[in-house]
Write a protein that binds this ligand. Structure first.
Ligand code: T3D
Length: 260
């Protein structure tokens, strides 16, 4: 089975188990439109079923990663009902990031430019975030009278701690890529010229690792902040039981013992 690439607002490609999903509305800085959301749902469903999937890389076309909700689509003609933003989160944004969290493979956000609003939330919902040094994360929610969405209240606090998360959100801060890396909000900021190579190397590296180990590590690490210590120890032992059945572990140990 191969993946469809017949979308208006997305580009999907695959090589050696690395699937790249590129948001593609560059003239709108890849803001989420209704069409993009519908296509993302279809594409992610297909990616979930793709047998060869080892890593998903999310990125944006042009100079932005994603500018969040398309505000043009929030231009509601006089007299027409305004959409319920709670429903928008419940039915669209939350399922989108939940899909990424549940994907049994690493999801890499390759943040090629500005990530704003729900676009920043999308990046933060990924497992490994690599940004161009020129990129930035903007959290304009407080200007709009909104709260961070698509999991960002959770990911911000977990990544940078309460003090920084509250200040970033309340002040509507713009966080430069290097600052984001220094604070632990993202994995790393890399020079623009080496960005593509760094992302490709990271994805290839992950694609070459034993898949079950990565899947279980992802699950266990995300559970860590919810589980108490004892429950987490139990989860680790269940996962390691399965991991220890993989011949690769025994072969690698043997190679070490043979000093190969
Ligand atoms: O369902 C719900 O509605 C609830 C969910 C809400 C969560 C959200 O995501 S709320 C929206 C959050 N996003 C923003 O507030 C970002 C708005 N954009 C900006 O602040 C700036 O564009 C950027 C900081 C991202 C980039 O600035 P800059 O100077 O590099 O570019 P620009 O000139 O502002 O933008 C270029 C074009 O993209 C421009 O169009 P034009 O003038 O060339 O025709 C601009 O209007 C368009 N654009 C940028 N962001 C959006 C957008 N168009 C629609 N929606 C956008 N979010």
């Amino acid at each position: 089975m191969s993946l469809s690439n017949t979308y208006e607002c997305l580009q999907v490609s695959e090589a050696n188990g690395v699937v790249e999903l590129k948001l593609s509305r560059p003239d709108r800085l890849n803001a989420f439109s209704k069409t993009m959301h519908a296509e993302l749902k279809l594409a992610l469903k297909e990616i979930e079923r793709f047998e060869g999937l080892r890593v998903l890389v999310l990125t944006g076309e042009g100079r932005a990663f994603c500018a969040g909700q398309d505000l043009e689509e929030r231009r509601i003609p006089e007299g027409e009902p305004k959409p319920d933003l709670g429903d928008s989160l419940k039915n669209i944004y939350s399922p989108m990031v939940m899909r990424l969290r549940k994907l049994p493979v690493p999801v890499v956000a390759a943040v090629n430019g500005v990530a704003a609003g729900a676009g920043a939330s999308l990046a933060l919902a990924c497992d490994i975030i690599i940004a161009k040094r020129s990129a930035k994360f903007t959290f304009p929610f407080s200007y709009l009278g909104l709260i961070p969405d698509a999991g960002a209240t959770s990911s911000l606090v977990r990544a940078v701690g309460q003090a920084r998360a509250i200040a970033i959100v309340m002040l509507g801060e713009v966080v430069a890529a290097q600052q984001a890396a220094d604070w632990g909000l993202i994995w790393k900021a890399v020079d623009d010229e080496v960005f593509d190579a760094e992302v490709a190397a990271c994805a290839q590296n992950l694609a070459g690792r034993p898949a079950l180990g990565l899947e279980m590590a992802k699950r266990a690490l995300y559970r860590a902040s919810e589980n108490d210590f004892e429950t987490q120890l139990e989860l680790e032992s269940q996962c390691q039981k399965l991991a220890g059945r993989n011949p690769l572990y025994w072969d690698t140990v043997q190679q070490f013992l043979d000093k190969k």
